[in-house]
Ligand binder design. Sequence first.
Ligand code: ADP
Ligand code: MG
Length: 634
Amino acid sequence: MSESILEDIFVKRSQQKKKTSPLNYKERLFILTQNKISYYDYDPEKGKKKGLKGTVDVEKIKCVANVLPEVNAPAERQYPFQIIYDEGPLYVFAKTEEVRKQWLHKLKHVVRFNKDLIQKYHPCFWVDGTWLCCQQEVKQALGCRVLEVQNGAFSNKGSRRKSRKPLPPTPEEEASRPPQPPPRQAEAAPGMTAIAEYDYTPVTDQDLALHKGEEYTILEMVDTNWWRASDRNGMEGYIPSNYVVMAGNGLETFDWYCKNMSRSQAENLLRTENKDGGFLVRESSKAGKYTVSLFTKGGGDAAGSCRHYNICLTPQGQFYLAEKHNFSSIPELITYHQHNAAGMVSRLKYTVSNQDRNAPSTAGLGYGVWEIDPRHLTFIRELGNGQFGVVKYGKWQGQHDVAIKMIKEGSMSEDDFIEEAKVMMKLRHENLVQLYGVCTKQRPIYIVTEFLSNGCLLNYLREEVANPPPILLLEMCKDVSEGMAYLESQQYLHRDLAARNCLVDGNGSVKVTDFGLSRYVLDDEYTSSAGSKFPVRWSPPEVLLYCRFSSKSDIWAFGVLMWEVYTLGRMPYERLNNTDIVNKVSSGLRLYRPQLAKEAIYSIMLDCWHDKPEERPTFQDLAVTIQDLLYELQ
Ligand code: ADP
Ligand code: MG
């Protein structure tokens, strides 16, 4: 049985599977594990767990959300929440707001990759055949309220886990289809309206231009990364799906809304703008909440400082900031505070936004394009030298930043790689360096990828990071764990995860690169575990001894990468040579605790270095654990 994540005693409402069945409320012991919620009969006298009363499979959960308490609810039913799965909502009542928050937070994490997540819910109870909120009389009726924070968008910014039990593919599918990243927004469907979050300039004549803030109709979701859409004038074409959001909480159209921005990124941006009263609104690290980040030069601090205010919710669903000036929507609240400080250090004077500067990368340059014409590339400067030769920074079609790996002849098994590149192109996640395409018609061949202006993480740690606040290092680890959790959900192994194979963008976000590439290296020193270039220091005993690669060897490497982060780029086992490492690590030696790593952080590393691979966590577990620690730090 898998380990319990949370255990609490809740009042559970009977599920009223028939319209007329009477409602009852019973105390049950609820246990949440990675795969299941189980509830048990409970003996309050002895404090003992009794018979199992029911379970819900985590992967069947479609939504978790608060419920507004009944009018005149008794004291034990003040903090209800709902777990919606295929049998309808399960209503439970926590004893305190804290416990309810904690459960919602954990639940949102464990379900965030589920494939059937819904973004609308009923904020009130289903009672005697009616939804109290909208008076609809069909239990399955689509929710009447959009979730404040999209389900699943909580920390992974939109990617979804494939069902753990996918339908088996047909033989043709198996032969022809590369693994597809699951859809970004579960609720998106043809016929629906989407709003552009970024401008997009067409790169092929099949593409459609996007203008930030405008509405588009989705026509066909040909591919998870590229959708056919039409604009207001009836023009049709392909758009990158990650440039639009489904008309949802509506905040996406506001310049001040920076959805996926972390606290330290917000501080960076506000400091760079350096304007008194500069502000933005971002998703808080607490599920379902938003934070206003505000920069002020008042208060005697000439260099300026950042304040973060949580947007709070009254029990009636009204929003407020520092003092109780309540509003029915976040935009109304912001408008009010643009004119009134009302309890904050300053009013919100200037909108600070990074949306224009940092449109996300698309999967490929234009729909269906993976072969890039080398005449469209301009080389600007050399970035470095790697296993396959020189890497250059350049522009594609004179305007898009790209990094170009020029593959030294004889260094790569090219045909195999070119086949694989088609699969790699489909992998898309904010924390993976995007492969844009390849130039294979000439020699040397080129690999064209997203360009990250702060270069490789290892050098960044060594040269740019001094006296880091604890949150910064943990956010780096979180970024990597999220990118890797996505690869894991696609059953894709990295095989060479290390700080040297991560890059840092202009905002300080970390992205994983070179995934799967080691399979195409032609160099025995690199590929043989006895070779001098083999990543021995990042490898677990079962790889060193038996060449057994698995997702669990990537986990081991992640532990070492965390150690690199927390030592600001030291060489692991710096005093040992490769032979010593093989011997000592297989007999139990582990890296020491870096000074900057608290016990809780070091214990994550140690979990990754369990000698039994099956005892190591998954990346999804790691992403959750790290998010929880971040939550505590903020
Ligand atoms: P390889 O993996 O082929 O051995 P690297 O990926 O390590 O080569 O590239 C060599 C150097 O080039 C890196 O250390 C990094 O500084 C720089 N570099 C590589 N890719 C990028 C990129 N996409 N954006 C910015 N810099 C990059
Ligand atoms: Mg590399």
